[in-house]
Unconditional design. Structure first.
Length: 267
């Protein structure tokens, strides 16, 4: 049993448990529903509407992705099936990365369906905006992958599903819900200690501002929507830099989870 086999089994199990359809429905109702409501009540061009919907979606999509992924390992661990899997050919690495691929595929399917539904609503109601559908789908997909990676990493380091749930909620609060507050506290502290002048935005502070996956995805999409360059002189006004941050978020939490999981005591 290889990584691909574990991934296929994980995705098949999700389909049989209706998880695929539930997640897809949640994403579609959220993205397309908000888009339809905004398009019929706000007189804005398609580019602005796409941006507004993206800003709202990056608040809700991360919690869906985190909860899709947080039981990847702990669910198998608590049911006892992880011990059975480990008695078969797949290694812990195969199981972890197979689960990552399976949960990522689940999230990507839901995101693509939701993004396409959003594009259909905007183009149908406004007759414009089709060119932004691909970047809208692409950056939402990357953000979803990043939060799936965080969720799988959490699952790999957690001994129980309860602990994974608590860490998942904490990750969402820190990286999404409270990040504006955290950023303001850092800014105020930097001014108070004389590290920066009031109102200035040094590179390190700009980096902190787009550090979470949701902020990086929003920055990248807004840059594309406003006609920005992929490789501009200023990395914070480019598409490549926030995209790189998203790719790092996809990889690093999973690698950290693997380093802990490969030597964990499976009881």
């Amino acid at each position: 049993m290889s990584v691909r086999t574990v991934a296929r089994k994980d995705l098949a199990d999700a389909g049989r448990s209706k998880a695929l359809w539930a997640v897809s429905l949640a994403v579609v109702l959220f993205t397309a529903g908000i888009t339809a409501a905004a398009a019929t009540t706000v007189d804005e061009p398609a580019s602005v509407l796409f941006g507004q919907v993206f800003q709202i979606t990056v608040v809700a999509l991360p919690i869906i992705a985190l909860f899709v992924a947080k039981g990847a390992i702990t669910g198998e661990r608590e049911s006892g099936s992880l011990r059975v899997l480990l008695s078969l050919p797949p290694s812990r690495r195969d199981i972890l990365f197979g689960k990552l691929i399976g949960r990522t595929a689940l999230m990507l399917v839901a995101t693509v369906i939701g993004a396409v539904a959003t594009g259909v609503v905007i183009v149908t109601l406004l007759g414009d905006g089709l060119a932004l559908l691909v970047p809208f789908m692409f950056f939402l997909g990357l953000m979803g992958m990043a939060f799936v990676g965080i969720g799988v990493g959490i699952s790999a380091v957690s001994a129980s599903d309860g602990r994974a749930t608590a860490l998942t909620v904490g990750a969402y609060l820190v990286l999404v819900a409270l990040w504006n507050l955290i950023l303001r506290v850092i800014q105020a502290g930097a001014v108070e200690f004389g590290l920066v002048e009031s109102g200035s935005q040094p590179a390190w502070l700009q980096f902190i501002g787009i550090f979470p996956p949701s902020r990086a995805a929003s920055t990248a999409f807004q840059t594309v929507a406003s006609g920005g360059q992929i490789f501009a002189a200023d990395p914070f006004a480019s598409v490549w830099f926030p995209t790189l941050i998203l790719l790092v978020w996809i990889v690093v939490p999973v690698l950290g989870g693997y380093l802990r999981f490969r030597s964990a005591d499976i009881s």
